[in-house]
Write a protein that binds this ligand. Structure first.
Ligand SMILES: [Zn+2]
Length: 80
């Protein structure tokens, strides 16, 4: 599993830190303090924390999903 971190999806910074203890790990952006999903395991967590940080949606995809959800919500309410 590669250990290269993609830039922060929120601010674009590459000042990233992997916070790791004996039982869990997560990636944190030092610029905006965004955090990736925590991975908790008795085994090595760092590769999973890196993977979880890197599999977020590409730029703009999250906004598209939110627009679809809002439109569906609006349509659902129009039937009430
Ligand atoms: Zn950031």
């Amino acid at each position: 599993m590669p250990c290269t971190l993609k830039p922060c999806p929120f601010c674009g910074s590459d000042r990233l830190k992997i916070n790791e203890t004996a039982t869990r790990a997560f990636v944190e952006c030092m610029a905006c303090k965004a955090r990736g999903p925590k991975h908790e395991s008795q085994w090595e967590s760092k590769p999973f924390a890196v993977h979880n940080w890197n599999i977020r949606k590409p730029d703009g995809e999250l906004e598209k999903d939110i627009a679809i959800i809002l439109e569906n919500h609006r349509l659902a309410r129009s039937f009430l």
